[in-house]
Ligand binder design. Structure first.
Ligand SMILES: [Zn+2]
Length: 273
């Protein structure tokens, strides 16, 4: 304690000795030292910091290679397995793999996506089952009804209430109604579903529809790599719609190499600034 007082006194004397006008600068210097004392935080991988920021209801803290949940669960950031192929990352990812590709928000993104560039499609499943539910019944207990575009669709959809996801879905609905003209309505006036406890076709991985945190908009104007039978990226969904979803924490499947342009998924860790 005495040491702190001593250091503070020295800093104050230095600042005052220079010029009276430097008082504000000396305060800034003190602040910088406090922040500098916090540099331990920079050892936490940026991806872990984003997870902490995006899911404050569940996550407590992190260090260089671990994520600590509020309930005491610890998840490893890097599982130590090197040189995974893209398919191996999809099938057996760690948190680091999940956060390894940077999602770019907005209309100015690198279109079409490069081969196997699909931020958000690599998901560490235990992270999501823990929050949203690990069985159909568990997820369903967390679902609430959301009124989706009452003046355009008049639909009621089910969405997961955990992490405020359903609230974000409502915000998207409100903003589409308030800002987009009639020319945009056909893309969102129907939905092809939200909650559905299922695996992704042809895989053993759960779809995020299983968590009740995704929505498919009108399939009539959608493109999906599995339907097209090739990997030639196509899209009809206007970026104005995409940008509204992104603003509220959703990523768009249209920005994936394995494109799925009807698909929006609540993934605040990828859209957070
Ligand atoms: Zn979908």
């Amino acid at each position: 304690m005495n040491l702190f007082i001593y250091i503070f006194t020295i800093i104050s004397l230095y600042a005052c000795g220079d010029s009276g006008n430097r008082t504000n600068f000396s305060n800034n210097d003190v602040n910088k030292k406090v922040i500098a004392g916090d540099t331990i935080k920079t050892n936490i991988p940026a991806g872990l910091q984003k997870l902490l920021k995006a899911y404050p209801d569940f996550l407590d803290k992190a260090d260089e290679n671990n994520l600590y949940w509020k309930d005491g669960t610890v998840m490893v950031w890097d599982d130590g397995i090197e040189n995974k192929s893209h398919d191996e990352m999809l099938d057996n990812p760690d948190l680091e793999d999940m956060m390894s590709q940077q999602y770019v928000k907005g209309a100015n993104w690198d279109e079409p996506p490069a081969e196997n560039f699909e931020p958000g499609r690599i998901r560490y499943e235990p992270f999501f089952t823990k929050m949203y539910g690990s069985s159909s019944g568990e997820v369903q207990r967390n679902l609430v009804n959301v009124s989706w575009l009452p003046s355009i669709c008049g639909c009621s959809i089910q969405f997961n209430n955990v992490n405020g996801a359903a609230d974000k879905m409502r915000e998207v609905s409100d903003e589409i109604e308030a800002t987009l003209g009639a020319g945009f309505h056909k893309y969102v006036s129907k939905t092809a579903g939200t909650f559905n406890w299922r695996k992704i076709a042809g895989t053993s991985r759960l779809s995020t529809h299983a968590f009740g945190t995704s929505i498919d908009i009108n399939t009539k104007y959608s493109n999906y790599w599995q339907w097209d039978g090739n990997m030639v990226w196509k899209n009809q969904i206007p970026m104005e719609i995409v940008e509204i979803f992104e603003k509220h924490g959703f990523i768009w499947g249209g920005k994936w190499y394995h494109y799925d342009t009807m698909h929006f998924e609540y993934r605040p860790e990828l859209t957070i600034e």
